[in-house]
Design a protein. Structure first.
Length: 370
């Protein structure tokens, strides 16, 4: 013998062994959409966990910043697609429920359902071969996958936090999609409340919204919105106003009904006021649970991708690129929506200049929506 046997120590790798990549499909990053933020945060978290994840911005609009600079969200390139195809690494393509079908012709689709299917676009039923995950337990059950829950806490508890010494007076409300997308009528109960709006020239900033929540007695909400979570984080009780487009609170099983009233019945509101501090604590617990759920998401999706052979490349013609015709068609549809909802003044302010730039081919610096 030449001496005691030496134990071989496995070195820590600089580059992890190849695994199936993630292609996350979502619109450009925008802070006012919790669903879009969640998709970008998913890409960021996957990369932080040592996976290889990319963003596919859909639709791609050349004059908007695609991603947030603080997030690890690289854009998918044709080179990366070709390398994955050559290696036979089946991509895990993650679509939100609002994107209909499988526009990239991906071999393995994961559907991340963040609202009730069909409510805000997309299809009401998904293809049998798609693997569904729900943003909440309620949504996971709604798509027949109760074990597949991935709740991404996208609201910032450092920005949205209470000020115990602040005097609370008056109320505020939000009815963005209820009013502008569904055409719903407002209740008399919010007639004297301050409205919170999104993506308008005079819309409140996140700091202004946080301050409003810190000094409001109640927040009335006509729809499932991250604003309800942010109100709770500021310990402002939330009153959900049931309507044809609001029949359940999406995340009720994640952090309960503490701090929330279902309807404006006085006893319900008093219960919400009495439990609002616990509502904030319930939300903070979801951060630890998220990492456990993300590990399950990785294990489940990697196992599913290994079952699918990758033989034909994705449709790459519109991955993170657009043509002038695409931009013009998209802006025209948006302009019609603005005209119907807000009138001619808003149309000329928000749409006419952008359309003229597309027609003339004039470019401008990307506009961040952080």
């Amino acid at each position: 013998m030449n001496g005691p046997a030496m134990l071989e120590i496995e070195p820590r790798r600089i580059v992890a062994p190849p695994r199936n990549p993630y292609y996350i499909v979502a619109p450009h990053y925008i802070r006012t959409s919790a669903g879009i933020k969640a998709m970008h945060l998913l890409c960021h978290a996957l990369n932080g966990m040592g996976q290889r994840a990319y963003m596919v911005i859909w639709p791609f609009i050349h004059y908007l910043s695609p991603t947030h600079p603080d997030l690890l969200t690289p854009l998918l390139t044709e080179d990366a697609i070709n390398v994955d195809l050559q290696r036979g690494l089946t991509p895990i393509t993650v679509y939100p429920e609002t994107i209909a079908g499988n526009p990239l012709n991906a071999p393995f689709v994961v559907r991340y359902v963040m609202n009730f299917p069909g409510l805000l676009g997309g299809e009401k039923q998904f293809e049998p071969g798609e693997l569904c995950f729900g943003y909440s337990a309620l949504l996971a059950e709604a798509v027949g996958a109760p074990e597949n829950v991935l709740f991404i806490p996208a609201s910032d508890p450092e920005l949205f936090k209470p000020e115990p010494r602040a005097a609370r007076r008056g109320t505020c409300f939000f009815a963005g999609k209820y009013k502008n997308f569904h055409g719903g009528e407002l209740s008399r109960i919010t007639a004297d409340s301050m409205e919170i709006t999104r993506d308008q020239p005079d819309s409140q900033s996140p700091l202004e919204i946080a301050e409003l929540f810190r000094r409001s007695e109640l927040f009335y909400c006509y729809e499932n919105s991250a604003l309800a979570i942010e109100a709770l984080l500021c310990e402002c009780p939330v009153v959900f106003l049931p309507n044809p487009y609001l029949k359940d609170i999406i995340a009720s099983k994640e952090f309960g009904l503490d701090g929330c009233a279902w309807g404006a019945e006085p006893r319900e509101i008093e219960r919400a006021k009495a439990t609002v501090a616990q509502g904030r604590m319930n939300y903070l617990r979801t951060f630890e649970e998220f990492w456990l759920q993300l590990e399950q998401f990785i294990d489940t999706t990697q196992a599913g991708a290994r079952m699918i052979r990758y033989q034909r490349s994705l449709d790459t013609k519109r991955i993170n690129r657009s043509t002038r015709f695409d931009d013009l068609a998209r802006l025209s549809r948006a302009a019609v929506s603005v005209l119907r909802t807000h009138g001619w003044k808003a149309f000329f302010r928000k749409s006419a200049r952008k359309i003229s730039r597309v027609v003339t081919g004039t470019r401008e610096s990307p506009q961040p929506r952080w």
